[in-house]
Design a protein around this ligand. Structure first.
Ligand SMILES: [Zn+2]
Length: 83
């Protein structure tokens, strides 16, 4: 009689462990990936040095109907020189 109760308790424990594992895996899968960029901010690439910059903070230059973004004045200058 006693061992049936023990087995039931053991089974409940196993189910609880599996449930915890599944719930943890699901919440882990739905969590946003920890990427470097801030969420909702689309970064633009500096064509000179390849650095990704926020458009609001970047130095802009319009050339050939396109807007180019730079991380610094130096990059902007060298781009204007080479273009
Ligand atoms: Zn740059």
């Amino acid at each position: 009689m006693g061992w049936i109760l023990l087995r039931l308790l053991f089974a409940a424990l196993i189910i609880r462990l599996i449930w915890k594992f599944v719930a943890g895996a699901v919440s882990g899968a739905t969590a946003p990936p920890p990427r470097g960029a801030k969420r909702g901010v689309a970064l633009v690439r500096d064509p000179v040095c390849g650095t990704y910059v926020e458009p609001s903070r970047a130095i802009r230059t319009r050339a050939g109907g396109m807007t180019h973004y730079f991380c610094s004045k130096e990059c902007q200058r060298s781009f204007v020189k080479t273009a």
